[in-house]
Structures are given as C-alpha cells and as structure tokens.
Design a protein around this ligand. Sequence first.
Ligand code: TXA
Ligand code: MG
Length: 305
Amino acid sequence: MYLYDLEHAAELLKKGHLVAFPTETVYGLGAAIFNSDAIASIFTAKGRPSDNPLIAHVSSLEQVEEIAEEIPERFYLLAKAFFPGPLTVVLKRKSHVPAIVSAGLPTIAVRMPSHPIARALIELVGQPLVAPSANLSGKPSATQAEHVLEDFEGKIAAVIDGGKTDFGIESTVISLLDDVPVLLRPGAITREQIEEVLQCSLSTEAGERVMSPGMKYRHYAPRTPIKTFSTLSALEDYLTSHPSKKMILSAGPFEHPDHFLLTAKDFYALLRLADQKNYSEILVLCDDELQKQTALMNRLSKALM
Ligand code: TXA
Ligand code: MG
C-alpha cells in the first residue's frame, strides 16, 4: 500500500515490518538495523543472495559512530564533502550490529541520504535503517513508488510515495578498509571528486568483484533482451533488417517513434517500460556521449552480463 504518513511508517518499522522509502538515488526497502528478523525478511522478500551485504542509512555522524569502529580520518573528509548525498562508505562494523546486515562480513556500509523523507524517517525510527534497492533481486531498481509495488505488492507493509527519485542510479560505494581506498561501485559522486577530497588515487575496479559481493551478480535486467551498438550506422542497419518492435535508447536525438532519451534518471524506468510494452528488444546506442557517463555505463554492462 502507498503511505504518506511518516509517523505511521516509523511505527511499522519499529514493529519489524518492511517499509520502502524514496532516497535521492533509488527507492530503498527499509528495516530497522537492530531487528535481525526484519533484516532476514528483506533477503526473503527480494530473493537476495545471502552473501550480499546491505547499506545502513543514517541521519547523523553519531549514528555512524554507533555502528562502525576504528573510523579513519578519511571518512570524516568524505562525510564533510559529500554527506548527506549519494556516497556509501565501507567501514569496520561494531560487533553489536547484527552480522546479517553485512552478510557476515566484519564491515558495514554507511550512507547518509539527502532525501528529506529518508532523513525524517530515520530520525523518527531513532536508529539507522538498513535498505537495499527496493527491487526483486536481479530486476531494475525502483525509481518511483509504483515500481516498488510492481515487485512487492502484498509482500511488504508499505511504500512511502515520494514521486520520482532525483538521480535514478544507486550511490557510489567506496571502501576505506585498506591503506588505498577502493571504488567498489561508480555512482553520482565521481572517482575524480573523491580523489580530490582524499588527495590520493583510488584503487582500480579490479578488486570490485571480490570485495563488494553485490557487484558479481547480474543486475538491473529487464526481461526484454538488450543489444548495444557503437555506431549509429550499425544501429540503423540492424533496424532495417529486424523490423519487429524495438525500443531505441541513446543519449542524443534520434528520429523514431520508439526512441527514448537515455539518462541516468530514466534508465531503470525505461527498462521496466520495455517489459510492459512488450518490445522484442532494447537497442542502445553506446556512442561517446553515453560512454562518458560512467555510472550509467556500469549499470548497463551489469544488465548485459
Ligand atoms: O543508492 C543506493 O545505494 C541505494 C539506496 C536505497 O540507498 N541502495 C542500494 O543498495 O543500492 P543495494 O543493496 O542494492 O546495493 C548495495 C551495494 C551492493 O553492491 C553491496 O555488495 C555493497 O553495496 N555493499 C554493502 N555493504 C557492503 C560491505 N560491507 N562491503 C562491501 N560492499 C558492500
Ligand atoms: Mg540493488
């Protein structure tokens, strides 16, 4: 069900129910961090592999200190520059935080969302909210409340309807566990922005698959098959020789009734639309303009895996 009353939502969360809420990136499927049973039900509802850890959403730095320990100075530099906002930082977990939150890892990913509904909800519950993206595992993330219910109607207590999310792609994830910070997932906050604040280079994504379990799975994928093209002429040739109904996505204009402008904000909604409208394929023009959008290209490549 849709919910607009935050106090009601907070009560449901305190009782151990799951409530989805908007953030500035995508919708999250929330549970209170100290309720292990509620967190277990997130994994069940999503069909999420049990080795994929969750992000703790906080509304203050005190809450970070309540759940993480041996916090390095670099964390505070990042927090000063990017909190609240679409950056998630992996730290050491305090042992009183249920291990199920981080799928048994001795670490904890923390993020302070900037969305006013998310912030207010965390404050009303009075503890961090654990929240993966509010989609069935493997499916495109939800960027509007209707998408959350498409996946979870009848399986969760409620979704707080905050309209379309602003950025549309999940947060940047960075690990501060080692001497060299590691970029685990690209997002709205770029590698360059982080390197400027930390005054050091981030390690390459080679470690990504090992360290961030979530990144090894196929993700964000619609039922409709996706094909990519590096040149406009290759795309046009394909269209001529394959006349069935295709969805065409590109970062620039293209004269065709089934063409949509591809942006980070609309990416997941377009993948869901392709399924609803029964397009036979999604054709994406991966030209230089699109290639520049690192986070979007990362999600596209995961959907193609
Ligand atoms: O923007 C976002 O980050 C959204 C909104 C709801 O906040 N959340 C989100 O959560 O994308 P999820 O569960 O879909 O993705 C979390 C990612 C996964 O790739 C997971 O492996 C990684 O963060 N992660 C979480 N905890 C981690 C940890 N302790 N160590 C390494 N990676 C971690
Ligand atoms: Mg996700």
